[in-house]
Design a protein around this ligand. Structure first.
Ligand SMILES: Nc1nc2c(c(=O)[nH]1)N[C@H]1C(S)=C(S)[C@@H](COP(=O)(O)O)O[C@H]1N2
Ligand SMILES: [Mo]
Length: 394
C-alpha cells in the first residue's frame, strides 16, 4: 500500500508520543504507516539470529543488491537489549560536563534545530569475526552485520554549540538508557574525540530511512558517526558529557581496541599498544551469485556493495579464478560520502566448472582489501577480499 492513500494528511505535522514518552513531530504519512503497522516494531523475519538474548540479528548477504537497507532488514546489535519502556518514559537528552551551560532537551527542542539527512553505513566492528583463525570469542558474525541507511536528525555540533564547548573538552562521552541485567556488568559508555563530534556529518538521528527510528535501532535518538564503526553509534541516547579524557570503563578502555602492530594469538598485549577502533576499513561483499550456487552458462552477473571509512571507494575488481586475474567492476547507482556503493561485473563466456569468485575494493586513501587477514585478539575489522564458490553447469 502506498502513502498516496492518505494524501490530505501527508504534509501536516502531528506531535506524537513514541517509544515510551518522547514526542516526535510526525507527518500524516508517518501516522498512516504507524496505523498500518499498529505501532509494532517491524518484523525482522528472514534475518539470521546470532544470539537470542539480547537479540543479535544479521542480514543475509543476498540482500545487498540495493543501496538502502530497509529498516526491517537492517542488522541488530546491542549488549543488553533495548531499555524497557519506562526507562524511556519522559525521555530527555542531557548535555553536561565541560560546557558553558548544561542542557536538558526534549525531542521537540532538538527538532527546532536544522534538520539534516546523511546516508551512511553502520557496521559492527566484529562483522566477519567468524572467519578469523584461530577462533575469537564473541558474536560469530559472518558478512551481514552491516547496512546502509538514510539517517535524519540534527548535527551533534549544533547541540554542543548550544551548550558551549568548554576549554578542557577533548572527548564526548555517550550514554544510552539501556542497562545490563547484572549490576556488576559495566554500562555501555563510549566516547568520541571532540573533533569527530563536531564534524558536520556526525548526527543525533531520530529517523531511519524516513521512518521514526525503530526501538531496536535506538529510539527515540541515537548517535550516527559516519565512517566509523557502529560501536560509536550509541542508541537510546540520554547523556552527552564533554570531558578532557576518553570515557572510562570496559567498553572504551578494554573492548573495541586493536593492537597497533600484529600480535600472535594468545600473546599478551600491553594496554599502551592498543588503540580504539575508529574508522572502518575498505571492504566489499558479493551479494550475487550466492555461495554454493549452480549457475547456467552465458553472461553471469556478479554484484554487490563496497564501502570504506573516511574516504571514497574508487575501484572494485572481480576475479573468477581465485585471485589470479582481476577485471574492473562497474560502480553504479547512488553515491554519497559515507554510504556504500553498488557495483556489478558481467562475467562473460563462463564455461562449465567450479569457480571461486572474488571481489576486492580500493579506496581514495590507496587502501586495498588484503587477500588474507592479520589476526587480532577481538576479531575486529575483518576486510579480506570476499569470495563465493560457484558451479557453472553450462
Ligand atoms: N546504547 C547502546 N548503543 C549501542 C550499542 C549498545 O549495546 N548500547 N551497541 C553498539 C554496537 S556495538 C553496534 S554495532 C551498533 C548496532 O546498531 P544497529 O543495531 O542499529 O544495527 O549499535 C551500537 N550502539
Ligand atoms: Mo558492534
Amino acid at each position: 500500500m502506498s502513502q498516496s492513500h492518505a494524501p490530505a494528511l501527508s504534509r501536516r505535522r502531528f506531535l506524537v508520543r513514541v517509544a515510551g514518552g518522547a514526542m516526535l513531530a510526525l507527518t500524516g504519512a508517518d501516522l498512516w504507516s504507524l496505523i498500518r503497522g499498529a505501532g509494532a516494531e517491524p518484523a525482522k523475519d528472514g534475518l539470521m539470529t546470532r544470539v537470542t538474548r539480547p537479540q543479535l540479528l544479521e542480514t543475509p548477504v543476498e540482500d545487498f543488491t540495493s543501496w538502502i537497507t530497509p529498516n526491517e532488514r537492517f542488522f541488530v546489535r546491542s549488549h543488553f537489549g533495548p531499555p524497557p519502556a519506562d526507562a524511556l518514559h519522559n525521555w530527555r537528552l542531557h548535555v553536561e560536563g565541560d560546557v558553558a551551560r548544561s542542557l536538558t532537551l526534549s525531542l521537540a527542542d532538538l527538532q527546532a534545530l536544522e534538520e539534516v539527512t546523511v546516508p551512511a553505513v553502520v557496521q559492527c566492528s566484529g562483522n566477519g569475526r567468524a572467519f578469523f583463525t584461530p577462533k575469537v570469542p564473541g558474536a560469530q558474525w559472518e558478512k551481514g552485520a552491516v547496512g546502509n541507511a538514510r539517517w535524519t536528525g540534527v548535527r551533534l555540533a549544533d547541540v554542543l554549540k548550544r551548550a558551549g564547548v568548554g576549554p578542557r573538552a577533548r572527548h564526548l562521552q555517550l550514554l544510552g538508557a539501556d542497562r545490563p541485567v547484572l549490576p556488576t556488568v559495566p554500562l555501555f559508555t563510549r566516547s568520541i574525540p571532540l573533533e569527530k563530534a563536531m564534524h558536520p556529518a556526525t548526527l543525533l538521528a531520530y529517523r531511519m530511512n524516513g521512518d521514526p527510528l525503530p526501538l531496536l535501532h535506538g529510539a527515540p535518538l541515537r548517535v550516527i558517526v559516519p565512517g566509523w564503526a557502529g560501536d560509536a553509534c550509541v542508541k537510546w541516547l540520554t547523556h552527552l558529557t564533554l570531558r578532557e579524557h576518553e570515557a572510562d570503563g570496559f567498553y572504551m578502555q578494554t573492548a573495541y581496541r586493536m593492537p597497533i602492530k600484529p600480535v600472535m594469538p594468545g600473546a599478551v598485549v600491553k594496554p599502551s599498544d592498543m588503540v580504539p577502533v575508529e574508522d572502518m576499513v575498505v571492504q566489499s561483499l558479493i551479494a550475487r551469485p550466492t555461495d554454493g550456487a549452480a549457475l547456467g552458462g552465458g553472461v553471469i552477473l556478479v554484484e554487490g556493495v563496497a564501502w570504506t571509512g573516511e574516504a571514497e571507494i574508487v575501484r572494485v575488481d572481480v576475479s573468477v579464478d581465485g585471485g589470479k586475474m582481476w577485471s574492473e567492476a562497474e560502480l553504479i547507482g547512488d553515491q554519497a560520502p559515507y554510504a556504500w556503493r553498488l557495483w556489478r561485473y558481467r562475467w562473460r563466456e563462463a564455461r562449465p566448472g567450479a569457480y571461486t569468485v572474488m571481489s576486492r575494493a580500493a579506496d581514495s586513501r590507496g587502501h586495498v582489501q588484503p587477500m588474507a587477514m592479520t589476526w587480532n585478539p577481538s576479531g575486529y575489522l575483518w576486510n579480506a577480499v570476499d569470495h563465493v564458490n560457484v558451479r557453472v553447469t553450462g
